[in-house]
Ligand binder design. Sequence first.
Ligand SMILES: [Zn+2]
Ligand SMILES: [Zn+2]
Length: 190
Amino acid sequence: MRLPADPIHAQAASEPYMSSPSTTVPTKPPLGCAAVMMQVLRGELRERELPFTHQREAIAQILFESTRHLSADDVAAALRQRGEHAGKATVYRTLALLVELGLATEHDFDEGFKRYETQVGAAQHDHMICTECGQVSTFTHPELDRIVAEAAAESGFEAITRQVKIFGTCSETASCRAAQQAYRDAGPTT
Ligand SMILES: [Zn+2]
Ligand SMILES: [Zn+2]
């Protein structure tokens, strides 16, 4: 039996595929989603008797509203754009805290830095990483889900999560070149 589509979170499954750049997809998840996650964060912090500081809220907001896989530098840049300020250490610590609270996932795409994405409501997906321009796109494939489930079952292994990373280069050469330039202009991410 299929579960009815979740109107709040269903959107997470439709992140753009790199192979179909013409598809119109919303660049942000529905607003309710970030708001709901902020409530969850507030509750989790209260439970641990940690303060819900303005900086924590601003950093979490950026991650919750993004459908991208953000580095700490991306988050710091977004903060600056909003006229907010937080030191790099605060950004790192807050992102680590969100991971610890189960509200974000941390990824290592062999770039020398971590990337983060929001977790609540995000459907299981895998990643394709362009080694030229650093673009991270997502994909899902029902056959992959089936194979992973089968492989785990055959070994009597109870799978919690999985990560498939495909490294390669963008098929859209023009957009890859533009992204490469932006990647270089942004300087080294530490
Ligand atoms: Zn992802
Ligand atoms: Zn590329």
